[in-house]
Design a protein around this ligand. Structure first.
Ligand code: SF4
Ligand code: SF4
Ligand code: SF4
Length: 259
């Protein structure tokens, strides 16, 4: 029997909810456990990791401390394929909200007189530290997309994620748009792939899968305003998951054109 590819899971700054979703996915598709050998998965393994020999590394969480960098780079050196798992790893996630605030002030607010105990710097996606081969967006990841991604990797293909907006999936599901129900939604600028799960259950999209290429943010802000959101509420909506991406766009001038 051919050796099964070795897979490892790593976590940095995160809630580990994406790894829990992996556990849930594997309960639904246990046959995948026969196709790979998991050598490191703190969230799910009771035995100690069986070494630093792995082919595929899934990294959950963003990089928020100088001391994370060496560990992330070591993973890149070992793994042939590195996949960023979830919004924290893909986009900096909700950790990046603080990137718009004074870091020292935030640290004192969170840790009080123990602030000096904890090193920190602005949150970054994993791809800002090392090259990554693929990303699985979402907070948490979509379990079906995770399974598709593993199958693709086992077949020697890279996982492909949609580059169209959530609205496309939402319309295909024949949902009534939440804007018609007096709610708001980032579906027009957010990357699809979650089967529009939030609007399907009556809630607006918060953009956890990140921006589509060339999003029309200016128009969406106008629509949000027309549907009763104040500037502060619009900014809050745009910063839950999109802080890192919008700050990057502002840095190169795109944000101004589209603000
Ligand atoms: S993306 Fe969301 S669910 Fe996944 S680790 Fe980050 S906060 Fe948790
Ligand atoms: S509910 Fe959201 S995702 Fe669905 S069509 Fe309306 S704006 Fe688009
Ligand atoms: S609808 Fe939006 S917030 Fe909900 S899972 Fe999909 S991308 Fe994330």
């Amino acid at each position: 029997m051919a050796a099964r590819p070795k897979v490892a899971f790593f976590e940095f700054t995160s809630c580990e909810g994406c790894q829990l979703t992996v556990v849930d996915s594997l309960q639904t598709y246990p046959e995948l456990l026969e196709a790979v050998e998991i050598v490191r998965f703190r969230e799910a393994m009771s035995n100690t990791p069986s070494g630093d020999d792995y082919l595929i590394a899934f990294i959950e969480g963003s990089c928020t401390r100088p001391s994370d960098e060496a560990a992330i780079k070591a993973i890149r050196q070992q793994a042939k394929i590195v996949v960023a798992l979830g919004a924290c790893a893909h986009l900096g996630g909700i950790n990046a909200i603080r990137n718009r605030s004074d870091l020292e002030e935030t640290r004192r607010f969170v840790y009080g007189d123990k602030a000096d105990w904890y090193e920190t710097y602005p949150a970054r996606p994993i791809e800002k530290v090392i090259p990554v081969d693929a990303v699985l967006p979402g907070c948490p990841i979509d379990r079906h997309e995770f399974i598709r991604a593993v199958k693709a990797l086992l077949q020697g293909r890279m996982p492909v994620i949609p580059d169209y907006p959530v609205c496309v999936e939402c319309k295909l599901k024949e949902n009534v748009c939440v804007y018609l129900r007096g709610r708001t939604c980032l579906g027009p600028i957010a990357r699809a792939g979650c089967d529009a799960i939030c609007p399907t259950f009556g809630d607006g999209c918060e953009g956890c899968r990140g921006l589509i290429p060339q999003p029309n943010i200016a128009s969406l802000k106008q629509v949000l305003g027309e549907h009763g959101l104040s500037l502060e509420q619009t900014m809050a909506k745009m910063t839950l998951f999109l802080t890192y991406q919008t700050m990057e766009r502002e840095a190169v001038g795109d944000g101004k054109a589209n603000a």
